[in-house]
Design a binder for this molecule. Structure first.
Ligand SMILES: O=C(O)CCC(=O)C(=O)O
Ligand SMILES: [Fe+2]
Length: 367
């Protein structure tokens, strides 16, 4: 295995050029860089990717307009209406590690119908359609976002195939974690981090993402996203125009036995006079997949690379311990219940009582 990389700790996030894949030599270089980023960093930028820049630019222009919709039209599509946990959450509705996250957001997802029926597991109720703002108030937005999500979904599958190749599993090495397209739904959020007064600058507190892959569009020029390196220092991940930030979630870390790193990250509220915007896309795995039933077999020379990484310091994040027991859909549902207890209390009263036997203090806890 070639290794032009040292295993020393990172102080910046690597940039990978997707256009390297156009030639066989380039592809092999890309896979080397990818393997390094997966094992030692858990975060990377992807440049020259396959998502249309015209659609991205158009989405970015819509975002301030989306948040500027009249409060009553945002409330009309509030998440509490949706057993699928899709819709609008006002500022300050979430906590991470006990502190208020200062962000306002809309949860959307790739197109899906409701398919839960009597007798199905509860987590099938996560599948369902988005709540869209009134088309007359923001004409064309739905169309652009749907197009964008389709393309990011495609890229996320291609990227997971590249991850499998870089780990010596072959291009279909991770396919067993996905269901047929009809049974897959991926989630995304459009997030606004306002400028805040006072000393709490928690945009979103330290956490890991839950699923396999997150593809994040930084949709304004603000810094604020930070990533915890192996020794626990916070490293900036500033916006780089024309790129996605890709990071790995706890499920991928779990199924790779820790070879791929889920990396702790947070967002600090913006300084200055304008809000920070971002669009994270969370690639899911099949809702019925139980991670413990899938044991991946890596070539020994790949496994050996984990030992060169060295120890990973304790991070500031906590979350997701249920993967060793529950199907992935149930883990997601529990995460949603913790993030949005008001929605859970209304639509999942039994589960709500299990997660919050003593009720909750009126705020959600994001992770
Ligand atoms: O807004 C960002 O840049 C990152 C958000 C994030 O980490 C999350 O929502 O999981
Ligand atoms: Fe995250």
């Amino acid at each position: 295995m070639t290794s032009e990389f040292s295993s020393s700790d990172f102080s910046s996030i690597p940039v990978l050029d997707y256009s390297l894949l156009d030639s066989p030599d380039g592809k092999s270089k890309f896979l080397d860089q990818l393997r390094h980023a997966l094992i030692n960093v858990g975060f990377l930028y992807l440049s020259n990717h396959s998502v249309s820049q015209t659609d991205i630019d158009s989405l970015i222009t819509y975002i301030p307009k989306l948040f500027a919709l009249p409060p009553e039209s945002k409330e009309k599509i509030k998440m509490a209406n949706s057993e699928h946990f899709l819709g609008y959450s006002r500022l300050g509705a979430e906590l991470t590690k006990g502190a208020v996250d200062q962000r306002e957001q809309f949860d959307f997802a790739t197109k899906h119908v409701s398919r839960w029926k009597e007798g199905d597991p509860d987590h099938y109720r996560l599948w369902g359609p988005c709540q869209w703002p009134d088309e007359k108030l923001i004409p064309g937005f739905k169309d652009v976002l749907e197009r964008y999500l389709d393309q990011v979904q495609d890229l996320s599958y291609k990227f997971s195939s590249l991850i499998a190749e870089s780990f010596g599993l072959g291009p279909d090495g991770l396919s067993e974690f996905y269901d047929t397209p009809k049974l897959m739904q991926h989630r995304a959020k459009i997030v606004k981090y306002p400028v805040v007064e006072g000393s709490n600058d928690q945009g979103v507190g330290p956490h890991y993402d839950a699923g396999f892959l997150t593809l994040l569009l930084q949709a304004s020029e603000h810094r604020g996203l930070q990533v915890q390196n192996l020794s626990g220092q916070w490293i900036d991940a500033p916006p780089v125009p024309g790129t996605f930030v890709i990071n790995l979630g706890k499920a991928l870390e779990f199924v790779t036995g820790g070879l791929a790193r889920a990396t702790s990250h947070r967002v600090l509220s913006p300084k200055g006079s304008t809000p920070r915007y971002s669009v994270p896309f969370f690639q899911n795995i099949g809702l019925n997949v139980k991670l413990t039933e899938h044991v991946l077999k890596f070539p020994p020379e790949i496994l050996a690379l984990k030992n060169t990484r060295g120890n990973v310091a304790a991070t500031d994040s906590v979350n997701f311990t249920e993967f060793d027991r529950e199907p992935s859909g149930k883990v997601n549902l529990i995460g949603r219940v913790k993030s949005h207890p008001d929605v859970a209390e209304r639509h999942y009263p039994e589960l709500f009582k299990q997660v919050f036997p003593n009720g909750y203090a009126g705020k959600g806890s994001a992770y």
